[in-house]
Design a protein around this ligand. Structure first.
Ligand SMILES: [Zn+2]
Length: 649
């Protein structure tokens, strides 16, 4: 019998089947709780398996809804959400389960590290939601949560309204002369027999003018409109910050940043600050030089609304990289095979295609072997089509684990991209960026499927801390710039010529173009977000904090009308509060271990083998902080990220 689930999703009976599983689970929970003597084996494990089975049932639907979206999938998906939400809310508030976890944690002394981690994470989940607190505190926490989600909602609504309310019409052809034809076409419209161009504050449109628009006055006006959007959000920020602070205190933390990192890899708030400040310090000198170079091509002192424009000019002058020139070297199927070959050489993996029916003709399935042993199955769905949501992602399906009677369960995952569609007459030719994306998603994929963990809740990507999740994906992505790796597969489709070194150099240089300036900008956001949540900030204090940080991160004085914070939706309307630093945090881990491999020689690297055993095999079974130190025998070194970005002190 195949160890993998066949890909099926019976849409006609899905809701009924889901409801049945949920009802059965509820009965099982009652039975499990009624047991006198609860142990890991008779209580935690069955609960874990029950949850995993529900996931496995649900994943094909959410996958189909993303890759073969139709009215039917949407309808069923929408119908299933309240069922799942009701069930998981009930579960997360069931204090009897929490008590049982606590007792088992105290009583059972011979649990494996993996089992301890399962208990630790489950208990933490309960405690971070406050489910274990007294009724009055719980009621207040619930009020705060409702209020916070209203405020976040208003924040994004205000921002959206302000973004949509603005437009700038250009009727002088001269003012759009610097724009690429495609951007001009986007902006173009006709009014009373005259050709005009419309620019808005929506991303592609705004960026287009800021990057290519040669009229400085217009750039300034667009910029000003952009950074002064939604002034009423200042009030909302005050309310959000005060509620978050109260919530953190109710849950026993001294500030919201502490609460945020409790479930992350970063050991304490100080370590986050130190790491960000170290990067600022080391990026600053080069960023200053980059700005000086940029200044040399501008006929006037640079201001905030000039940088994108002159950066583009300078980039053209220095590199003139034409993406189209690269495409013939990156035919989709040869890239996929090349990636497999690379993983075969690096980690002794083998990818063997299997012929089974899937949701689309273009989708492919492979069985994955590690050292000749069947390990996992992956599904690749790489080409864009109308029914597929945009972007690229890895979606884990089954997780490696041990069943109740001790059998080994294997893992599976979906890899989804939106590459140009191929046809019998037209191959799918990728940009280098696409190649990087595929490596990135495959990094997530092998993190999930190569797991050797016995407990599904901490197997593969399950249970991995939020600020560490992107580590394995970025690790692998870095190899997509390495000549030794690219030359395994980057062959010109017609001439069969291997991608020459100078073209590879150009890719790296373009990636690192003005990287120190870019780094400082990301650090400014990260520091602002983190410090803002480390102590209560009210009204003017928010701006004051931002100004203080900018003294070290902004090389061009920011105009005083700039109210960037009112548009910082990541932290006020998204999930990034006191977590924006995670991008850089994971980048440091990946750059550091990546260079260890490079410096040892990619294909004889001891670190690569350790990476397989420590990081990939062990998934979320321990904090990434512990695993990383085991891998490198030391804490992460920020210098390696600077090296990756071509930042030299
Ligand atoms: Zn990712």
């Amino acid at each position: 019998m195949s160890p993998f689930l066949p890909f099926t999703c019976k849409l006609e009976t899905f809701i009924e089947d889901l409801q049945n599983i949920v009802n059965e689970n509820k009965t099982t929970i009652t039975k499990l709780l009624a047991q006198q003597e609860k142990t890991y084996q008779n209580f935690v494990k069955p609960l874990e398996i029950m949850e995993e089975n529900l996931e496995e049932f649900f994943t094909p639907l959410s996958h189909l809804n993303s890759v073969n979206n139709s009215e039917t999938t949407q309808k069923i998906y929408t119908q299933s959400l309240p069922i799942i939400t009701e069930y998981s809310t009930q579960l997360s508030q069931n204090l009897a389960i929490y008590e049982a976890y606590k007792t088992i944690q105290q009583k059972e002394k011979n649990l494996s590290k993996e089992q301890q981690r399962v208990l630790e994470l489950n208990i933490q989940n309960f405690e971070l939601s406050g489910a274990h607190l007294d009724t009055q505190t719980k009621a207040r926490l619930q009020d705060i949560n409702i209020k916070l989600s209203e405020l976040s909602n208003n924040f994004s609504q205000n921002l959206l309204d302000a973004t949509n309310a603005y437009e700038y019409i250009i009727d002088n052809e001269e003012d759009v002369s610097g724009l690429p034809q495609s951007e001009k076409e986007h902006a173009k419209f006709e009014e009373n027999g005259k050709i005009k161009y419309k620019f808005t504050l929506q991303m592609p449109s705004y960026i287009a003018y800021m990057t290519y628009g040669n009229n400085r006055k217009i750039r300034e006006e667009l910029y000003k409109a952009y950074v002064t959007r939604a002034p009423q959000n200042a009030q909302i920020i005050d309310e959000i910050l005060s509620l978050r602070d109260e919530m953190a205190h109710l849950l026993g933390f001294s500030n919201y940043a502490e609460y945020s990192i409790a479930s992350k890899m970063a050991p304490n708030t100080q370590s986050v600050l130190e790491f960000l400040e170290e990067l600022v310090e080391h990026s600053h000198p080069q960023a200053k030089k980059e700005l000086q170079t940029l200044q040399t091509i501008a006929p006037h002192p640079l201001e905030s609304f000039d940088t994108a424009y002159y950066s583009e000019k300078l980039k053209k002058e220095q590199y003139a990289l034409d993406e189209e020139e690269y495409r013939p070297y990156f035919e989709q199927q040869s890239v996929v095979k090349g990636l497999f070959k690379f993983l075969e050489k690096l980690f002794h993996l083998e990818f063997s295609p299997i012929d089974i029916e899937l949701w689309d003709d273009k989708a492919q399935a492979y069985d994955v072997y590690e050292n000749k042993k069947l390990k996992a199955r992956i599904f690749l769905d790489l080409e864009a089509r109308e029914s597929k949501r945009g972007g690229a992602w890895m979606h884990n399906w089954q997780s490696h684990s041990q069943t109740l009677n001790g059998d080994e369960k294997l893992a599976s995952a979906f890899v989804v991209c939106n590459f140009p569609p191929s046809s019998p007459t037209q191959p799918s030719l990728l940009r280098h960026d696409d190649v990087v994306t595929l490596f990135h998603e495959m990094g997530h994929t092998i993190h999930h499927i190569l797991s050797e963990v016995q407990e599904s809740e901490v197997s593969g990507v399950n249970g991995v801390e939020w600020d560490a999740v992107e580590f394995p994906s970025q690790f692998l992505e870095n190899f997509a710039y390495e000549p030794e790796v690219l030359k395994l597969f980057a062959k010109h489709i017609d001439t069969k010529e291997i991608l020459p070194n100078n073209m590879i150099d150009k890719l790296v240089q373009t990636k690192n173009f003005l990287s120190a300036m870019g780094m400082l900008r990301q650090l400014e956001f990260s520091l602002f977000d983190f410090k803002l949540h480390m102590a209560p900030h009210k009204e003017k204090e928010v701006q004051h904090l931002l100004d203080t940080i900018r003294e070290k991160t902004a090389l061009i004085p920011t105009p005083s009308y700039n109210k960037f914070q009112n548009g910082f939706a990541h932290i006020f309307a998204g999930g990034y509060a006191a977590g924006y630093y995670s991008y850089k945090w994971a980048e440091v881990l990946s750059a550091d271990s990546f260079y260890a491999v490079i410096d040892e020689g990619i294909f004889n690297s001891k670190t690569a083998q350790n990476y397989l055993h420590v990081i990939l095999h062990r998934g979320g079974s321990q904090s990434m902080q512990t695993l990383f130190i085991e891998l490198m025998q030391r804490e992460a070194d920020t210098k390696q990220l600077l090296r990756l970005n071509g930042i030299h002190e």
